[in-house]
Design a protein around this ligand. Sequence first.
Ligand SMILES: [Zn+2]
Ligand SMILES: [Zn+2]
Length: 403
Amino acid sequence: MDQASALMLQRYFREYYFKRADNIKAPSEIASREFGYFPFGGGMIRHLSFNEVGTLRALLVREAPAGVYCSNSLYQDPTAEMQKKEWIRAEPIFDIDADALKLPCKRAHDVWRCKDCGRSEFGIRPLTCPTCKGNKLLEFTWSCPTCLEGTKKETFKLLEFLEQDFGISSSEISVYFSGNAGYHIQISGSRLDRLDQHGRSEIADYLTGTGVMLSNFENSKLSPTDPGWRGRIARYIRDIPVGTPPFKTNELKKRVLEIENDLKPAQIEEILNSAVSSNAIRIDAMVTADIHRIFRMPETLNNKTGLVKKRCANLSTFDPSVEPIALPEEQDLVSLEVDMCPEIRLGGVKFGPIRHELNVKVPIFLAVYLIARNAAKITLPNQSTVVSPAALRGNSEKISSTN
Ligand SMILES: [Zn+2]
Ligand SMILES: [Zn+2]
């Protein structure tokens, strides 16, 4: 990142922490948690501890870091090295990210760039560059309203699993927009806090449907009202539309008899795989299993976007393109040199798609987003200017020429 763009990003973060540090709340049992942060252009500083949130806020105002993190684990000594911290317990965390959903819209908005010849295009990264045949291709993933809606749906599916299958009450669950392209779901004060890594892996396997087999079930008694995966598979088989092969019948009971007596193993496997994949939750299983991570703190800024990691008090009505904007009151326009940006929506602005344009004028929150995503840099005052075509719609505008 060029220096002018990096400085602008840093200034924005500094202003955010100066104005909004009070939004950052103390996690429960703050003194038992490990904190970490990394400054712009620097490495992670971990194994920190705070007895009260005021000291943390003061650090954020002073340092304006690029990222701020806190452990979901509690330790006897959070400042010790990992092996000597003496783990007490950890709140289970689930991470749902748009990229893991592998939705078809990725083809429209992801970007790749060839490191050898510099060619860049929208779409899924090819194995080799069509121009120079080089194989050093960088991939830039983006998210669109479809992706964000997809992650929200996945989060609702997870909440249903947690409440129905694990008996977690909704008051124990907090949902956060990650500040980028998905949601973090955290459970506080439940029996699951004491689970070790192995137990957490088992939960992740259960949620992702890993190892679910029809032979695990006594098929003839499958009922849509069964708990857990049994009920989900029964409802899936019941709801397969009338006349869909390989089934010749339409009722669940008769279809189960077909599975037991008539269908080939490959057909049964295909039905089960579809039942599992339509019910499984696309969580990052590594995140759930790991009890020694530190996670981005709520109300701090995501360095990959300049957006806030935001608590969703009401997930149904939460708008990830509006609510996470750090300083919505700041509407100054910034002139950017934009590289490759697909169509995006942020703060009521519909922007792009853009391929290599100079002097694109956007509100500061959008400038911060594009710079943080490495898709743009600040136009320097002495830079030569060209008229840029209308690619920006909504409430922002473009400048034509400055000289
Ligand atoms: Zn190339
Ligand atoms: Zn998308």
